[in-house]
Design a protein around this ligand. Sequence first.
Ligand code: ADP
Ligand code: MG
Length: 471
Amino acid sequence: MNHTAPSHQSTDLKQPFSCLPLRATLLDNLSSLGYKTMTPIQAQSLPMMLKGEDVIAKAKTGSGKTAAFGLSILNQLNVENFAAQALILCPTRELAEQVSQAVRCLARLVPNVKILNLSGGVPMKLQLDSLRHDAHIIVGTPGRVQKHLNKATLSLNQLQTLVLDEADRMLDMGFFDDIKTIVSACPIRRQTLLFSATYPPEIKNLGKQFMQRPKEVLIETPHTEYDIEQYFYRVNSQADKFSLLKMLLLHYKAVSTLIFCNTKQQTTDLSKLLCDAKFSSLALNGDMEQIERDQVIIRFANQSCSILVATDVAARGLDIKELPAVINYDLAFEHDVHIHRIGRTGRAGHKGLALSLTTPADAERICVIEKNLSYPLTWRKNDELTSGAPIFYPEMVTVCLDAGRKDKIRPGDILGALIKDAKLPSEAIGKIDITALYSYVAIHRSQSDKAYRYLQNGRLKGRKVNARKLR
Ligand code: ADP
Ligand code: MG
């Protein structure tokens, strides 16, 4: 097998489908579906697929792989020939169903195309009836397709294109032998297309066994795109942003949300508005005293404050491991800054959420963001947000003690006092932070009064300390 050098993503150009030699009916339908430009995987794989070449295409989930092979199949289809010309193998029934629907959608304007789903979970007999009226395109799971081949109820003699969709998952699910059997029932002269979200050695191996000089199209995913759900919202003007923000906070209910503003003044103003609206919010900006900054960061990180409104500069020093959500109240001026902002969520294998509020004035910045992604931006509608949800309080409350490192206080001293002396359950105690002069302990809201009462009157390392709740 001769591998050509894999092509790499070029994100600066968005090409329309009309640069491809596609049939007019397919092009018309694409514009009716609202597909304006090709996604990177489509732009790079379609020209080769349309020439009939074997292609291995790797791109993350949601990057438009179905339309890539779907269009290639439909463009090459001869509807006059009532035989299975294309077979698309998918790992599960649900995916097979999705793919057949998507291909049907792409084929809307092509008259008389028959697409048949052959997946498990449906009685064989029902599928036999459909097979009698030969379908042009078969979508199915390897197990069920093989069963039909065994019973000779399906013939692949005239097959032109075989697609292995989600090939990595099919291998994970142990379908290798089934695929092998199915391939042996296909004509030797055929086009084989392999689509996958990942590209482990097993996939390369699959290509070696079943494909002819496959071309590789590998669209790399920037780290930030892996685990972050990024949604965009529109409002008409800056003045409409605050009510949308409140809805977003109530809808997504993240335990911690970092909100970015572009100016220091805005962080203070917005945080105050949020507090007035009964949200638990603090501002962080460069104008604050060090001790105040420390407290803000501690309270946000120990989850006794749910919202932090910050500038980019102020947020730089923030090291919070699992930040569930980031909101761009205003879009960053530079793309790198945008990526850096949203990269603060979705770390360490946790799913992150990044929301951006935009106005028509942001059009240019949005274009830049979109150009740098390997898939279209996801716009969400404001009226899909839950309205009227009650305000939620942070789970934890911070108690501040006026004794710190200078007094040789260590976390164990505080834990000991709260668990042994105050009889708090250990689960009720969260993060403990000790600075030079103060100690901060996060306590579950339900136990916070009890802890507070004890700390006010009890002793720490044999001495009386002053305690206060931060709010
Ligand atoms: P994948 O198989 O790569 O995970 P899909 O093929 O399911 O992704 O596509 C994800 C979504 O993107 C689908 O909702 C599809 O309709 C949409 N989509 C595909 N191609 C385009 C395009 N060129 N422009 C806009 N949306 C597209
Ligand atoms: Mg897919």
